[in-house]
Design a binder for this molecule. Structure first.
Ligand SMILES: [Zn+2]
Length: 196
């Protein structure tokens, strides 16, 4: 069992992954100064059109959590603002969820499962860029996840076929198998290439 997707799905919509975790093939995300490939530290998700996606509620997918910080655009995140949510699980695992490009965010406080923490937006490095003609253009959610400080593939931890069912997941449901070697290697790569 995996965490439910933090995205509230409007009626009749399913989440569409537009970019997976891993080495990026997007022209928008060029190779680094030494030719190293751009690494995408998260999963990009849309809900049909930009209009469907923009403003969709982002809800806490963990039993409890806290907004750690709302980070202003930084070079490492390709000028993309994002919010971090912390969930220290009872087994000692530290989950850190990153929601990027958000349009609205709740003030820092403690949240419980299902609370709205932010809304999907299109700030930062999105394509196409929003403009006066279509301010919703490029809306998507960049969903990132760190487990004990290392970036992992969100698709291994979140169930992209559903969101909230109304009941919090049980503790034993929350521990998908992790290849720790891979996550450590990714952390090293991340140190070289930065993140987006
Ligand atoms: Zn992304």
């Amino acid at each position: 069992m995996k965490f439910p997707l933090p995205l509230q799905l409007p009626e009749g919509h399913t989440p569409i992954i537009t970019q997976h975790f891993g080495v990026s093939t997007e022209e928008l995300e060029p190779a680094g100064p030494n030719g190293e490939p751009h690494y995408h530290y998260g999963t990009d998700i849309v809900l049909g059109t930009d209009h469907d996606t923009y403003g969709a509620a982002l809800r806490l997918p963990f039993p409890v959590g806290r907004i750690n910080q709302y980070l202003q655009p930084t070079q490492g995140m390709q000028n993309t603002p994002f919010v971090q949510l912390l969930y220290p699980a009872q087994d000692g695992t530290k989950y850190e969820i990153v929601l990027a490009h958000v349009s609205e965010i709740e003030p820092a406080k403690d949240f419980v499962y299902g609370d709205i923490v932010a809304k999907v937006g299109n700030l930062g490095l999105v394509y196409p860029q929003p403009n006066l003609k279509d301010p919703y253009q490029g809306a998507h959610l960049h969903l990132g996840l760190k487990v004990n400080g290392a970036w992992v593939d969100p698709e291994q931890y979140f169930d992209f076929t559903k969101w909230f069912t109304g009941a919090a997941p049980t503790q034993q449901d929350q521990l998908p198998a992790t290849n720790w070697l891979i996550t450590e290697l990714l952390a090293i790569i991340k140190g070289i290439t930065g993140t987006n």
